[in-house]
Design a protein around this ligand. Structure first.
Ligand code: SF4
Length: 638
């Protein structure tokens, strides 16, 4: 039995098992992936043993979260630990969230991490040289940080708390936070702080730790592969090319080669991107043959590959001059010309086995270099002492392990949900589907599905979430809850976080409220509905990925690399999306809920979700289940 010096609670069932496995992984300097359902206390179960090990062996812990808001839970648990054994930890967020100067300088607000870092660096240098730099940094230079550090050690503040602590002193919380990081045994930060090489180098420096002495914990790990692919993907939009052309005109449109200026080059690129889209886009996107863009460029310019390279280098130089000029003026060091030319250079040198060259259609046509191999970003985890990957829905674990490039001997721990299976019923209709071919041939399918949904809503007046595979399918069903006398809410594309949270709060407050949402969206993946805030989930179809060119490229890549294209790129993400949606029903031990899947293809997921069963009378089955759980005396019957 492991020692539990830092675990601040009496460990329950699975918690002991998780901690023992983490202990073993830490002892051998290995990696562990743990799937354990909501309510199993994954945060504290990973934090306590990691800290114990770190304290004994002079390591440090980096707890990575997908969003800034998820850091709060880590800090709450750390405070519990800190009450009994003084252990200091801090949160970290980007300048975009922490820099108080941005309130006075709206022109800097949309700067990315690299741009803000350069502007900040120049301002700090000016402050240090006694000039007019950043007032918040100037104040910090004369500030005694030790008092603040002592307060932080005592309080273990969240990033937001720490910003409030700095406010009365008018000092920069970002820079003050950096100073304190060297004393922290635990730092919690968003994924980007570890997976972006530039930011990682800076963070490890501030923490005063070598990567081999770092224990990395990854929260919500099921998001990591997609996140890493996005991080390494690049695109060049027609809009970006227009901006490059405008930028060229602002600096006098310099000549690149005999007879070609920068604006002319940007117009040429636009023509080529548009022509490529016309040729290869099928529905959303299309694969671009390996040398297509270079060939078109050489042919239209009547030049050699070397001439094209020289032209792009020339463009990069002009773009860099623009960036430096803007930087000297105290503006964001940004150049559209620079970005365009770098993209074209990278495109021509792309490692075709790791990237797909795509062209995307739609309003803002674009070339996209899509990263197929998330391990290009996540492979660095192998350099850490250990990494601990946590999720409530990560199965199949081998897919996750292989995709992000963890070694074969990684401990894959699959723990059952801490909630009783009896609290949840998952049934599916065998005579319905949203399969594309069926919908095209059977015009009665959608009306029949709508009729059943309406009957479910009429007969089970409990808070109900309707989950759809896409916003477009959701639209087809938008009128299904009309005139029922129940509050109806919709998740909408492009909603701000505030709008979304207001909609969700209204739904939660309702009695028998209905909400429409998409699987894989912010509601299905990130919102808790404890108690009776949600009792029925209706999944209208199976959220298979759309067969886009990008999806096919990913499937071929996984077939080539692991021999499991369909399992890894279709089945695994589909199961995760469904289970995340269904998972909204049970957030606490006492919660109860019914999931009704309106798609016969659910039968294909029996291995992954053994408890599913077909139902010819879903309303009756759902009511009987809920009757057993709650007093349904007042439910009207049809
Ligand atoms: Fe912003 Fe702080 Fe940098 Fe000043 S020193 S620019 S306040 S991050």
């Amino acid at each position: 039995m492991r020692s539990k010096t830092l675990f601040p609670y009496e460990p329950r069932g699975n918690q002991k098992i998780i901690m023992e496995h983490i202990d073993a992984a830490l002892e051998k300097g290995g990696h562990i992936i743990a799937e354990s359902g909501t309510g199993s206390g994954k945060t504290i179960c990973s934090l306590a043993p990691s800290l114990e090990y770190a304290l004994k062996h002079r390591k440090k812990v980096l707890y990575l979260t997908r969003t800034n808001s998820q850091q709060k839970q880590v800090i709450i648990e750390l405070r519990k630990i800190n009450q009994q054994s003084k252990v200091f930890g801090m949160g970290m967020q980007g300048r975009g969230n922490m820099c108080p100067l941005l309130e006075e300088r709206p022109d800097l607000r949309n700067g990315n991490a690299e741009e803000l870092s350069k502007v900040c660096g120049d301002l700090k240098k000016a402050s240090a040289d006694g000039g007019k730099g950043c007032p918040f940094f100037s104040k910090l230079l004369d500030f005694d940080v030790e008092g603040l550090a002592a307060l932080a050690r005592e309080k273990i503040p969240t990033v937001e708390d720490f910003m409030e602590m700095c406010k009365p002193h008018d000092i920069c919380p970002y820079e003050a936070n950096k100073i304190l990081l060297k004393d922290a045994m635990v730092v919690t930060a968003p994924y980007i702080y570890f997976f972006s090489p530039m930011i990682r180098r800076a963070l490890l420096d501030w923490m005063k730790v070598h990567i081999s002495d770092l224990i990395v914990i990854i929260d919500e790990a099921h998001n990591l592969a997609d996140y890493a692919r996005e991080l390494h993907s690049r695109d060049l939009t027609v809009r970006g090319l227009e901006l490059s052309g405008h930028e060229a005109m602002e600096i006098g449109n310099p000549r690149l080669t005999q007879g070609l200026d920068i604006n002319g080059a940007c117009t040429l690129f636009q023509d080529i991107v548009s022509a490529t889209a016309s040729e290869y886009v099928i529905e959303d996107d299309g694969l671009v043959p390996p040398s297509e863009i270079e060939t078109q460029l050489m042919s239209r310019l009547s030049s050699t590959s070397r001439d094209v390279q020289l032209m792009l280098m020339n463009m990069v130089t002009h773009g860099d001059i623009i960036r430096e000029t803007r930087r000297k003026q105290g503006k964001l060091p940004r150049s559209h010309i620079f970005k365009t030319a770098c993209f074209m250079q990278e495109w021509m040198l792309l490692e075709e086995s790791e990237y797909a060259k795509l062209v995307c259609g739609g309003e803002n046509t674009a070339l996209q270099a899509y990263c197929l191999n998330p391990a290009l970003a996540t492979g660095i985890l192998k350099d850490c002492h250990s990494s601990i990957h946590l999720s409530g829905t990560i199965s199949p674990i081998s897919e996750y392990r292989d995709s992000i490039g963890l070694p074969e001997d990684t401990d894959c721990l699959l723990l059952p949900s801490p909630f009783s299976k009896d609290n949840r019923l998952i049934i599916y209709a065998e005579d319905m589907t949203t399969r594309f071919e069926t919908l095209a041939m059977d015009k009665e399918m959608l009306p029949r599905m709508k009729k059943l949904i309406r009957e479910i809503l009429e007969n089970i007046p409990r808070n109900t979430l309707l989950f759809f595979p896409s916003f477009s399918l959701m639209k087809e069903f938008a009128d299904v809850a009309n005139d029922l006398g129940r509050d109806v809410h919709f998740e909408q594309q492009g909603m701000t976080q505030d709008e979304l949270m207001t909609t969700v709060a209204d739904f939660k407050l309702g009695t028998g409220a209905i909400m429409f949402a998409v699987m894989g969206g912010r509601i299905s993946e990130g919102i808790d509905f404890p108690d009776r805030e949600l009792e029925v989930a209706i999944l209208v179809g199976i959220p298979y990925p759309k067969p886009t060119a990008r999806q096919k490229a990913l499937l071929n890549y996984c077939d080539r690399r692991f021999g499991k294209g369909w399992e890894y790129t279709v089945k695994a993400p589909t199961v995760r999306k469904m289970m995340q949606s269904i998972g909204r029903l049970l957030r606490r031990e006492t919660d109860r809920g019914v999931a009704i899947v309106l798609d016969s293809r659910m039968a294909q997921f029996k291995t992954e979700v053994p408890e599913i069963r077909p139902s010819t009378q879903p309303i009756k089955d759902a009511r009987e289940f809920l009757d057993r759980q709650y007093d349904f005396v007042n439910i009207p019957s049809k």
